[in-house]
Design a protein around this ligand. Structure first.
Ligand SMILES: [Zn+2]
Length: 395
């Protein structure tokens, strides 16, 4: 779930139809780039031309060789060309600087631009409200049919085509980032008003319990995402919610789930507005029991100051670990969890101690002290102890 008060994506408005301009190049850049070297080339060429090759070097200590008027006629072009060079170099530097600035801005602004997916997008059912692609369906809620922008089938069809194409590309990116993908299709519903507001988006992972022998197994049965249109049109919200769609299948602690989602929108999407804290120690908040307040974070969303701190602090931890143990750190973590399949046997969400076991395995070092120092209530577990705990909880 994402609290939209957190960020402002006005600069992404033009991408709100969701699609991609992979070859989008600012032609002005190219012109500046190709223009600026010319003064240097012409100067060098001309410079060689005016240099006296038979009468010795142009040397002010040898005036006889260059009587003043003649010297002047030689010096003048040098001066002019020198000015041209200076001016050219300055222009070039300024242009280069402008270009760098613009490219930097474009990188930030266009980071969420993705190549359009080639997956087939088809209408589903007779109602002209649902379209499907390889990994999604997208449905227009009843209340959108009242909206002037979506009351005609052709309008919905064009929007669905664009939205699914973008979401398929985003899906492929997420797959590359996490190293896995959910087994189920993601069912997206677009609303005019969702939960009485236009500013809440949610991702819901549905699951069921099944008794197998003396163990209860949890398994995912479906994934749904709900966006009011203004929320869907924020690229960072899509990244945040799609991250949940991917990682929810591991039943992670809320703080870690949200930390990963903010990491994705901020460091991959380059557009989140949750700022990282510059010190985990300085900005630590404890609950009344002296435990890190993140451990109390059970339900998503909200806009209180504490909730804002939770998003930022969780993101700071997740980002810090990634910085320490490398960009593939979380791919390793999820691979280890997937290999063991112990998360499916937990009767509730994963505890932080359980998570720390996998973080430590992926890091190659025990991370319990890192979390203890941050006032998490954790203990170092072995896999045998985790299995034993699961058996106890399930009996
Ligand atoms: Zn969230």
């Amino acid at each position: 779930m994402y609290n939209p008060e957190d960020f402002d994506n006005d600069r992404h408005w033009y991408r709100s139809r969701g699609i991609s301009f992979p070859d989008d190049v600012d032609s002005r850049d190219e012109k500046i780039h190709s223009f600026t070297p010319k003064p240097i080339r012409s100067h060098n060429k001309s410079g060689r031309k005016i240099m006296p090759t038979t009468k010795g070097p142009l040397n002010s200590n040898n005036p006889k060789a260059y009587p003043f008027p003649r010297l002047l006629t030689h010096l003048l072009p040098v001066f002019i060309i020198g000015c041209l060079c200076f001016s050219g170099c300055t222009v070039m530097k300024e242009a280069q600087h402008r270009r760098e600035e613009r490219l930097k801005k474009q990188r930030d602004d266009q980071y969420l631009m993705l190549a359009a997916s080639k997956d087939e997008i088809v209408p589903i059912g007779e109602g002209s409200r649902t379209w499907g692609s390889a990994h999604y369906t997208i449905t227009f809620a009843e209340d959108l049919k009242e909206d002037a922008n979506f009351d005609e089938i052709s309008e919905r069809s064009i929007y669905a085509d664009s939205a699914l194409s973008y979401m398929e590309s985003l899906y492929n990116e997420m797959n590359a980032v996490f190293g896995f993908q959910p087994e189920h299709k993601i069912h997206v519903t677009l609303h005019k008003i969702y939960r009485g507001t236009t500013s809440v988006a949610t991702t819901t992972t549905q699951y069921k319990y099944e008794r197998q022998g003396n163990t209860t197994l949890k398994s995912v049965t479906g994934i749904k995402m709900d966006f009011p249109i203004p929320m869907y049109e924020k690229p960072t919200t899509r990244v945040h919610e799609l991250t949940h769609a991917f990682t929810n299948i591991y039943f992670l602690p809320t703080w870690f789930n949200e930390g990963i989602a903010v990491l994705m929108e901020t460091e991959w999407g380059k557009a989140g507005l949750h700022k990282k804290f510059d010190s985990l120690e300085t900005y630590l908040k404890r609950n009344m029991d002296g435990i890190n307040d993140l451990e109390d974070w059970a339900t998503h969303g909200g806009s209180s100051q504490l909730t804002q701190w939770r998003y930022r602090y969780a993101y700071t931890i997740v980002s810090e670990l990634r910085k320490r143990y490398g960009p593939d750190f979380y791919i390793k973590v999820f691979r280890l969890m997937d290999a063991d399949q112990l998360h499916n046997k937990l009767p509730s969400k994963m505890s932080t101690s359980f998570l720390v076991y996998y973080l430590s395995q992926a890091a190659g070092t025990d991370l319990t002290p890192f979390f203890t120092d941050l006032a998490f209530k954790v203990q170092k577990l072995t896999k045998a102890e985790i299995i034993q705990n699961i058996q106890q909880m399930n009996r």
